[in-house]
Design a protein around this ligand. Sequence first.
Ligand code: CP
Ligand code: NVA
Length: 305
Amino acid sequence: MKDFLAIADYSPPDLQALLDSAAALKTEWQEGGNPPLLKGKVLAMIFQKPSLRTRVSFDMAMRHLGGDALYLSPAEIGLGKRESIADVARVISGYVQAVMARVFDHQHVLELAKWADIPVINGLSDYNHPCQAAADALTIQENFGTLRGVNVTYIGDGNNVAVSLMHICAKLGANFTIAHPEGYGLDPDAVALGESFAAASGSTVRQLNDPEEAVKGAQVLYTDTWISMGQDEEAARRKAVFPPYQVNQGLLEKAEKDAIVMHCLPAHRGEEITDKVADGPQSRLFPQAHNRLHAQKAILVKLLA
Ligand code: CP
Ligand code: NVA
């Protein structure tokens, strides 16, 4: 596999190996540092949207592994605007060893990968967010020892983060449930894929509209923004529809007693999650964010070392 574009492209053993590598790299880092496995390698990071976690964690992952990273802001490349994606891909392939791209349209990251001779990593598209899912799975594994049989409930918008989370849960045997408002569910093709992965791993995928029903038996309660980047025009409509899907103390109390709370961040406190839950004892928001670093080191080593 040249690229890391979607969780769906990877087999369960490959995903498990990635998580185990991430865990090992994390321990190694905490015990003094990683060896320079990517010495002399440079990652170009193309952003069409803002970022804190993706930008800083990829940059630091490269540095920790002896390599370097170049940040290319939304104003710089003009991917598909100033220059065609095919031309950007072929030019940049001669300068750096890998590209990470955060794009609006998923087709654009696919196009980049098609034309680039070097590995391309999807740093979030409108369709999915596989690097986030890798960090999420690492976080779940750290808390429960495994994903197999863990009940993961996602509350809110059936967006890019939800798709990748569903796929990694289904691939690795966690039971995935989403509760979403009518009209804001998951992409049906993504669900069909998720169901086929779940059938192979012996887990389940459920789509509900009732958040209270969805959190029954949940060991992981996950949420994300109601308004993803690029959806600003829909903000008013979405803010009217989503409030019953807030992850608050009342909803958390209906989940399992030892349930953990996750969010890819940035959080919109008081909207999809309350301060009390985000900062409470069951929250794993910050360890989850920090796991982006370790999960992405594993992805970079797999594609580049
Ligand atoms: N979760 C995540 O991808 O955060 P950023 O948008 O800050 O990169
Ligand atoms: N669903 C969000 C995730 C941000 C990391 C978005 O696409 O804006």
